[in-house]
Design a protein around this ligand. Sequence first.
Ligand SMILES: [Fe+2]
Length: 180
Amino acid sequence: MAVIKIRNTNEVIEGHENVSSFLEKQGVLYEHWEMRKLPETLKEKFVLSDQDKEEILSTYKEEIEDLAERRGYKTWDIVALSDATPNLEDLLKKFENVHTHTEDEVRAITAGHGIFIIKGDDQTGYFDVELEAGDVISVPEGNPHFFTLMEDRQVVAVRLFIETEGWVAHPFEEKEEVNK
Ligand SMILES: [Fe+2]
């Protein structure tokens, strides 16, 4: 279950109802996939073979196709990050810049954790969404955000795209530094 932390006020939002209604107000899609379906061997595995990736995608085929049908995604893949990832530090530095995309950024976490830091409405400002396995989130098109790992420094996620080019990051300049 995701946990929200609002940066300006240090308010923490927990619990499915509270998290869902907060994210809905901010225009952020938030759903849940059943993690009991995932084979045990894949729940704590962060270096994945092509076969592992196929197994995750086939386990959640129905959920992926349902999302794709509702929201127009045409391709999907798996991303895995951990200390075993070559150039993890460089990748994180890149991910931690505030940016936007020309399509929404949807991620379904299947192992580990990740945080999206998203720019909310004027009153709310930036908030962190701490994600765990089973959480499905979509940052709206054009909405400034960035992503980073949590203390476990490992994550596996399904990514869905309308067009793969839509995922190119466009830097977003903030008046104040928000990513530290
Ligand atoms: Fe992004």
